[in-house]
Design a protein around this ligand. Structure first.
Ligand code: HDE
Length: 705
């Protein structure tokens, strides 16, 4: 059995294009040399062999003294940190915020003092309910958390893509999140609110009804992080150098407009590309198509707050922008992907308590509770109060605290001083207070009895839900009814389904009827008893609709062109050129990843094989085939799905004449969204049509239940 070769003997081997060394057991060794660095242990000791653990004899036991093996496995065993209890699934990117004009008359916040001030920013988008590995297209609120590294400290605006929230008091957050997440006995469903516990909770908490309308709208199935609005949700304060306070609500407005997918598409994207949103952000930034938003402020004073129909401290309410216009004050641009997902996106620690001089909190009871939760949760996640020194969390301005030690204290002060006041003058005495420059809380007058109460100004639960619903286009209203029907159809307890319909009766009778019919409720329930009569006179707010505010561009979007051998090269190239001119991209989908041979003999590389690139991952499609290609693909189920789904999802479909057999087999009926391209020059007009994003007129024909 024993062999005589030395334990380190290695013979060269050829693995395709790679020349490697091979050990006695046939294992691959790649060796340092030239500019290839030497692999070391964490202690810097060079490693001779990373393929084999240390053994007694060739077939003997592994020895405990193998420090390289133990260190490697030890570190691996501890790679995971607790995922965020909510917003676990997220994706971040770097960028900057640039201020348009001085806002010194409204706030002393340093980033708003000088026109054109540019500061670094980091943004993390997320879903709420799912685990870290859940799919991107869950129907869910999206987190929109922004860290602004200002010259007077870090300011975190930890917002969402929806301007209102489920609950009015932070003490309800654990209940709400428990109900939304997987049920504790069975540990499913993952990343879905379509289950009994969630709707049970909502139906027993009418304060959630406004948010329920929002989460059943298309806002919760965005096409891309790039096409979402963001909101600070709570009322905050901006404070000037002289102590004047203005209330403010924060808005992020996407440059490329808003866009969502349709629900059936979302379900399929989750299978086809669970990383759809993170891939989209990564690709856009790497392509140089930097996502951009404008920061908008709704500014108001006590007088406005007093006459506004709702309490501005109630986070389940918004202020319509028609009633209080949004002032755009700067641009947020994301221009750099992370170098390392864990170091940046996972370790970034947003805290609502991170505000800067010139910004202050309001008494919103949700915000007050959040100010405790975020710091607390970061300690659990990151394991040490020194998480603030991690490069992604550390301020980019000078900072000097007298805090010390703790786990992983890797930034430490020098010298003798770790307290103040002290007798050591000058630099040796360490940092001191700055009475003028330092953060001052706005000296709001507060008084009242200590009590566990909720203000009766929070008691109107339906009026804004109704306003939101009536602000939607008919198509969006149908989507809301379908979403309620879908979610409640997954609820097993009939009483919960009926209870939700009882609430919807207070929102809009037609909506309640559509959902009741969709569920086949045997009998319409009585409306839920409102704590306050529903105000039916609120004017609709058209700004709340996505479809009613069309993006008017196909920029940043993607067209999938299904091609076969013999594809008309001029047509394909014409389409590609027209899309590029618009700032959009064309992706080639082919029967095989190696590509196709075009009519002129040129070779066209494919981006996706047909079943890896279904039409759901594109904003519009083109079907450009030869006669033989159409014949072949008409018999191919994945090709038929490609076309049938594009049609069902109301996408614009371009095709050449030869593609007709496949279109017919897929059930495509001629309509204004199906456009024949005869020559490359037709492409420009088609791309212009695509600016509408969807051919919504088709929807009533393809969605009957
Ligand atoms: Fe959060 N939330 N939240 N939340 N939230 C967290 O902090 C919490 C709320 C939001 O990308 C946690 O670091 C409470 C509203 C975002 O890292 C935790 C309450 C809004 C993110 C937490 C709320 C948000 C979080 C979990 C009710 C929109 C992800 C991990 C009082 C305005 C940030 C973490 C990121 C994350 C608590 C309600 C947005 C547990 C107690 C309202 C975008 O601290």
């Amino acid at each position: 059995m024993a062999k005589t070769t030395s334990p380190n003997s290695r013979k060269p081997a050829q693995l395709g294009d790679q020349t490697v060394a091979r050990g006695e057991g046939g294992e691959t060794h790649q060796v340092a040399g030239g500019d290839v660095p030497v692999l070391t242990t964490q202690q810097g000791v060079p490693v001779s062999d990373d393929q084999n653990s240390l053994k007694i004899g060739r077939r003997g036991p592994t020895v405990l003294e193998d420090f390289h093996f133990r260190e490697k496995i030890f570190h691996f065993d501890h790679e995971r940190i607790p995922e965020r209890v909510v917003h676990a699934r997220g994706y971040g990117a770097h960028g900057y915020f640039k201020n348009f004009a001085s806002l010194a008359e409204i706030t002393r916040a340093d980033l708003f003092q000088r026109a054109g001030e540019k500061i670094p920013a980091f943004v993390r988008f997320s879903t709420v309910a799912g685990s870290k590995g859940s799919a991107d297209l869950a129907r869910d609120v999206r987190g929109f958390a922004v860290k602004l590294y200002t010259k007077e400290g870090n300011w975190d605006i930890v917002g969402n893509n929806i301007p209102v929230f489920f609950i009015q008091d932070a003490i309800k957050f654990p209940d709400m999140v428990h109900a939304a997440k997987e049920e504790p006995d069975r540990a499913f469903p993952q990343a879905q609110t379509a289950h009994d516990n969630f709707w049970d909770f909502i139906s027993l908490n009418p304060e959630s009804i406004n948010m329920a309308l929002w989460i059943m709208s298309d806002r919760t199935i965005p096409r891309s992080f790039r096409f979402m609005e963001g909101f600070g949700v709570h009322t905050f304060r901006l404070v000037t150098a002289t102590g004047k306070s203005t209330f403010v609500k924060f808005h992020w407005k996407p440059k490329l407009g808003m866009q969502s997918v349709v629900w059936n598409e979302a379900l399929k994207i989750n299978g086809a590309d669970p990383d759809f949103h993170r891939r989209d952000l990564w690709d856009a930034i790497r392509m140089g198509a930097f996502p951009e938003w404008e920061l908008g402020l709704q500014l108001f004073d006590e007088k406005f707050a007093d006459k506004f129909a709702f309490d501005v401290l109630d986070p389940t309410k918004l202020i319509p922008e028609e009633e209080l216009p949004i002032r755009r004050v700067g641009r947020l641009v994301l221009d750099r992907v992370v170098d390392n997902f864990f170091a940046e996106t996972e370790q970034v620690a947003f805290c609502t308590q991170n505000i800067v001089p010139g910004v202050d909190f309001s008494n919103d009871p949700l915000l007050q509770g959040r100010n405790f939760s975020y710091l607390d949760t970061q300690l659990k996640r990151l394991g040490s109060p020194n998480f603030t020194y991690l490069p992604i969390n550390a301020p980019k301005c000078p900072f000097h605290t007298l805090q010390q030690d703790g786990h992983m204290a890797f930034v430490n002060p020098k010298g003798r001083v770790n307290y103040e006041p002290n007798s050591w003058g000058g630099a040796a005495g360490g940092p001191r207070e700055a009475p003028e420059q330092g953060f001052h809380s706005f000296p709001a007058e507060e008084q009242g009895q200590k009590a566990r109460v909720r203000s009766d100004t929070f008691a109107d639960h339906y009026s804004q839900a109704r306003q939101f619903y009536l602000s939607q286009t008919e198509i969006e209203q149908r989507h809301i009814a379908s979403a309620f029907t879908f979610e409640l159809s997954k609820v097993e307890t009939p009483a919960i389904r009926a209870r939700m319909v009882a609430h919807l009766l207070n929102v809009d009778a037609a909506l309640a009827k559509a959902v009741a019919d969709g569920l086949r409720l045997k009998e319409m329930p009585k409306p839920a008893e409102p704590a306050r009569p529903v105000v039916k006179t609120l004017k609709p707010s058209p700004a709340l609709s996505i479809i009613g505010n069309p993006a008017g561009t196909f920029e940043g979007r993607k067209l999938g062109a299904l091609v076969s051998d013999g594809v008309d090269a001029a047509l394909l190239n014409g389409l590609r050129a027209a899309l590029e001119k618009e700032g959009a991209v064309l992706k080639v989908v082919a029967p095989m990843i190696g590509g196709v041979e075009a009519s002129d003999g040129s070779w066209i590389e494919a981006d996706e094989k047909i079943d890896g690139g279904p039409s759901v991952v594109f904003d519009a499609v083109a079907v450009l085939l030869s006669d033989a290609g159409a014949k072949l693909l008409a018999e191919e189920a994945t090709a038929r799905d490609f076309v049938a789904d594009a049609f069902a999802h109301c996408k614009f479909i371009a095709h050449n004449g030869a593609a007709a057999p496949l279109l017919a087999k897929a059930g495509v009926a001629a309509d204004g969204g199906v456009v024949e391209l005869k020559a490359g020059r037709d492409a420009a007009a088609f791309v212009q049509t695509c600016r509408q994003l969807r051919f919504w007129e088709r929807e009533a024909k393809v969605k009957r239940v």
